[in-house]
Design a protein around this ligand. Sequence first.
Ligand code: NBG
Length: 818
Amino acid sequence: MTEHTAPMSSTTPGEFADEIRKELKYTQGVTTEQATSADVYVATATAVRKHLVDSWATTQHDMVAGSTKAVGYFSAEFLMGKQLLNALLNAGLSDQFYDAVKELGFDVQDVIDSEYEPGLGNGGLGRLAACYIDSLASKGVPAFGYGIQYRYGIFKQEFDEQGAQVERPDYWLANEEPWGHIDYNRSQRVNYGGSVVEEDGKKVWKPAWSVRAVPVDYMVPGYASGRVNTLRLWSAKSYDEFDLLAFNKSEYVDAVKPQVAAENISKILYPEDSTPQGKALRLEQQYFFVAASIQDAIRVFYPGEENPDLTTFPSKICFQLNDTHPVIGIPELMRVLIDEYGYDWDTAWSITNKSFNYTCHTLLPEALEVWPAKLIGELLPRHLEIINKINEQFVAELGTKTSDSAKIDRMRIVTDGEDPQVHMAYLATYGGSHVNGVAALHSQLLKDVTLRDFSDVYGDKFTNVTNGVTPRRFIRIANPRLSALITEGLGTDRWLSDLDMLEGLVPLAKDDEFVKKFAAVKQANKVAFSNYAKREYDFDIDPNTMVNSMIKRLHEYKRQSLKILSVISQYADIKSGKVSADDILPRTVVFGAKAAPGYKMAKLTIQLINNVARVVNNDPDVKGKLAVYYPWNYNIRLAQHLIPATDLDEQISQAGKEASGTGNMKFALNGAMTVGTLDGANVEIRERVGAENFFLFGMTVDEVEALYAKGYEPKYYYEADPRLKQAVDMVAGGTFSEGDKGLYEPLVTDWLNKDYFMTLADFSAYMDIQGEIETLYREPLEWSRKALLNVANSGFFSSDRAIDDYLRDIWETGPLGE
Ligand code: NBG
């Protein structure tokens, strides 16, 4: 007997079909006969929202009436993915949906495909935020996600004839968007610029201009918790009417200028991965959403109170700063408490300190934001005063803790000198209660290297929360076949809210029949992916080859270069007849990655991959043996299709550079084997799934450091390994640029002379492990057994567990009513 705990609404398919018909008619004004699949999608979304509204209202009510502290997750990015299937699952309407849509005479896939994916994030950081608000709701913890409703999400990626990346604007809000509720009645004023004056001995900020922050609310339904939280994304609107007089005089551009400037604030998501750009507008955006959110939290938790007792604020809600982007919230809360509610500095500081915690998501120094004090002063003059005062207090405090003046100097939040800079990570560390990294190794390196001085003095603040991913979206929805098999194996579907239960599959790895079923699931997923790739990209992927995927942002430290150099080497070996036809293991290599538009090396790597794909896929000598595909515009939807179909995934960053990675977790949970370095969460994945079930290669963090110290010379590795030399020479010699030797010159020069991330040094080890990989793959049962053990032992990487860690070690709260 199988136990079912998945939410199940009592609504019948016929009733649900009626609800969709009603929405079509009364909300959209079309008959079922006139309706398109896109109409049915919107009607279904509207109908399913209505199923969730009661739980949403009670959750909000219980949150404010009860005494459970809420969590405000502050994030400049929420990469939510499509909403429909997730909402249906959590409303208990998944089965009814399929039947209802059929009854209405539509194709279910067409209806699902009608949803436009919002791209309100760049990558791992934004997707993590989405997983965390899902888990918070699924645990019944009262929470808000607070962010920005950008009008343009991350750019749409296309490739031109030469294989180069072309960025197109993603005007996602030009499509039907049935999920967000715009609430003009709860908008907030956000001020900028101007100056600070003294009035009656008090500092008063006289801003120069303001923007209206309008909340757009998205329901965040929990899985089997009966709770629905809110993702509140702010949209910028102008207070200024446009100048009708000028408009009438045909001065159209001037007439709308102030309006455009204000609304620009939420116009576009910065398409960067880790390089600071567009400073002023970015700071405007950051302040925009945190200022609106802090005012909002006060409104929500002290409804109608003119003189709220804000000393209780930290017991009502605590704010998690997702990276440094929202750190301006610290001086903002100080300002609100002191200037608007009249608290003294020390009381305000104590409230603020308890209200914030900070998650760091990087080890790359250039990704830790530093703002020129001058810029902050122009945009937020009162905040700069407060930051300076925080800095003074901090330096004085440090004086009581250490006599090392050089160290105090290094730690300053605001640097000394002509052009002082504000270190947002330092402000966050000092201004909040806890700092966490996102994987065990990362948190250790934060303490030992990046924030070493701080961990010396404020060691108690530092903790680790290893990232996690939601099993609802990334197993249940992305991989229904595997989900059904897991439920069959465990005799229950309770694993979907208690992922440690996957351990129950360990004994089944000894059962050949079960392992064969598991292999059949993978094969069916590969066929499904091949069909999807044909439909969407016109690719001809052979599902009987090993599917080998590398999907993540394109960044030098992630080392897509290492992968493509190895592909080139394999290509050369097959072509030259160095490996006999019998010894070749047919492989399909799939890349998915966007590069920041201004990141030249990353863009050139994209072009190289595309051209390697072109050459390899058109070469009759390697047909059926090696193929390379690069589906453009990698997004959550593509991830959901590709991950379940992958045999081997690549997590090959230079050790000490990837903070955690979350793709690695999704692959392991979907039964892929991983080839990877000892970096980020790979370390913990390998510990849990077992060293014998993970393909480890490459230098460790210590070896990397030692090599930097000794003086790294990439040419040495190029000369030492003929496979590497051949691959690099082919790139340099124009094999992938129709003879043009100049095109990849910057890449080749970098590889041979700098190679900061030591791709060349790790190349031989990476090639050598391929033999081990292929030997195992030739024994399908053993491969599948190990892949199954990856699934069975990866329950730890659920975002539910990560949220438990946050609740226990950082937020000190829990589900409503407990
Ligand atoms: C990214 C890291 C990843 C990590 C995610 C989520 C940023 C700044 N950091 O390794 O590079 O998995 O954050 O924590 O996007």
